[in-house]
Write a protein that binds this ligand. Structure first.
Ligand SMILES: [Zn+2]
Length: 193
């Protein structure tokens, strides 16, 4: 068995450094996610207080759905910003049934506060235990990143229409606004979708 293979192809390089979703600290790839703090505490992401670990900043994994392979539990094969494929599996009460109708290959999955987990099949990924930490955005990761780039250029106010497709209700534009209307540097309480 092999670990997830790194694809030759990677997502386009950032055009503008201030494009929010290109920031690998707040929007890490599979390999950039903090490890499960019980195993290896990463003080950039977690605080230890008494016997609990708490996020000390906001972060969100973003990836593109390549395949859906779960039977009892929703299990997604997902390609991250670096082109690495990993696994996202739902351990919520319903095993992800509520999410199921929204799953579509090529669309983007976002997971808040994900921790890097090594599954028994040796694939790297994220265990999702809270349904409010995961959502599917109905556009490709590339479209979402592009919308984030456009937002960075148009710093003054929110654009009323998408710079790429011209639509006001563009899915990528609506999707990226959830992120750009929040402050990612300052942590008080966890976000949820
Ligand atoms: Zn658009």
């Amino acid at each position: 068995m092999t670990r997830s293979t790194r694809l030759q192809q990677t997502m386009p390089k950032p055009k503008k450094p201030q494009s929010l979703l290109r920031d690998d600290f707040s929007f890490p790839t599979f390999s950039g996610l903090p490890k499960e703090p019980e195993k290896e505490l990463n003080l950039k992401y977690h605080d230890a207080c008494l016997f609990k670990f708490k996020p000390k900043k906001h972060w969100c994994f973003l990836g593109e759905i390549v395949d859906s392979v779960g039977l009892e539990r929703v299990t997604l094969r997902v390609k991250d910003k670096d082109g690495q494929i990993g696994t996202i599996r739902l351990y919520t009460d319903d095993g992800g049934k509520a999410l199921d109708p929204r799953i579509e290959k090529g669309h983007t999955v976002a997971v808040l506060y994900g921790e890097q987990h090594c599954f028994t099949d040796m694939s790297v990924g994220i265990r999702v235990e809270d349904a409010s930490n995961i959502k599917i955005i109905p556009c490709s990761l590339e479209q979402l990143l592009k919308a984030s780039d456009d937002m960075a250029v148009l710093r003054e106010g929110q654009p009323t229409q998408c710079g790429s497709c011209g639509k006001a209700d563009c899915k990528a534009l609506v999707g990226v606004q959830w992120f750009t209307t929040r402050r990612w540097e300052k942590f008080q309480e966890c976000f949820s979708f």
